[in-house]
Write a protein that binds this ligand. Structure first.
Ligand SMILES: Cc1cc2nc3c(=O)[nH]c(=O)nc-3n(C[C@H](O)[C@H](O)[C@H](O)COP(=O)(O)OP(=O)(O)OC[C@H]3O[C@@H](n4cnc5c(N)ncnc54)[C@H](O)[C@@H]3O)c2cc1C
Length: 268
């Protein structure tokens, strides 16, 4: 089939709801491969045997344990499922990723932790990072050595994300961006190593950066939540935090593409 014909076959948005379909077009669980079933079983057993048995410790904010469990999830390939093989992942198909997500949901708290690690805190790097940043971070994320977080929301900007007040400016020597601002409700905020931070370059160009934990980047106290208490949710203060220009994601002023596309893919 030619590329054009192949493209025409792609069903866009909710079109499948109103177009004529035959049963063979519909993907059902009966279509899972042996590999799909294996990754679903592996994920289910990991959550039931290793995570849900220790939920009390997670709910007491034992983030050392959370890190260990992220490491174990990585060993099982649950973080690298959708990371391309050349960056240390398994490069599995989207169905595998969905099965991992579905079964991780057996622990709401750990699903939140891993959702940031392998979803909103990871996808901006896969889709928008420079080659240098991909090579630097992706293998360590796939291995569960680096915990990620996604820092978009601020006290004055939630749904209206583009109203963010955090700023970034290029250093005088042009090698780094210097970020300032305050973020709120950041999943994994208490113990993440790297953050996808949205800030406005020169105060008006909404952009995204990978930022490493460093002096000047401070996590607030854990929020007292009604549920998912075994996941970390904190504010984040950025005070003259520095990140190299290679850690810019996508283009200056085009951060909205990253913020919203990634939330859409992740279903957040
Ligand atoms: C447990 C938890 C974890 C989170 N993790 C992260 C994270 O990792 N990273 C991150 O960046 N953020 C995170 N968030 C923040 C979350 O994404 C925001 O809460 C969300 O964007 C909504 O923003 P808000 O809470 O300020 O609500 P608001 O934007 O103030 O909305 C409040 C209500 O008003 C409605 N509303 C808003 N605008 C309109 C409108 N124009 N018309 C009609 N109705 C409207 C909304 O639907 C909602 O019901 C987290 C939040 C929670 C609770």
């Amino acid at each position: 089939m030619s590329a054009v014909a192949e493209e025409k076959k792609i069903i866009k948005g909710g079109a499948f709801l109103i177009e004529e379909r035959v049963p063979e077009d519909i993907f059902t669980p009966e279509d899972f491969t042996e590999e799909h079933r294996m990754i679903a079983d592996t994920t289910r057993q990991f959550i039931d045997n290793e995570v849900n048995t220790r939920i009390d410790e997670l709910e007491s904010h034992d983030w050392k344990l959370a890190r260990e469990l992220v490491g174990k999830a990585a060993e099982l390939g649950l973080i690298g499922a959708n990371i391309p093989e050349e960056y240390g992942g398994l490069g599995l198909d989207q169905t595998s990723g969905a099965l991992v997500g579905e079964n991780i949901g057996r622990s709401a708290s750990f699903a939140t932790t891993l959702g940031a690690e392998s979803g909103i805190g990871l996808l901006p790097i896969i889709y928008f990072a420079t080659e240098a940043a991909k090579e630097k971070y992706l293998p360590k994320i796939a291995a569960g050595e680096l915990i990620t977080a996604y820092a978009l929301t601020e006290a004055g900007s939630g749904s209206d994300a583009m109203a963010a007040k955090a700023t970034a400016r290029l250093s005088d020597d042009g090698t780094e961006y210097i970020l300032n601002g305050e973020k709120m409700w950041i999943t994994n905020g208490g113990f993440a190593d790297i953050f996808i931070v949205f800030a406005k370059v020169d105060g008006d160009k909404f952009s995204a950066f990978i930022v490493e934990r460093q002096p000047g980047l401070t996590s607030g106290a854990e929020e007292h939540k009604m549920g998912i208490k075994g996941s970390s949710t904190t504010a984040l203060v950025l005070s003259d935090v520095r990140t190299p220009v290679e850690n810019l994601l996508g283009e200056i002023g085009k951060g909205h593409k990253i913020a919203f596309n990634v939330l859409e893919v992740d279903g957040a």
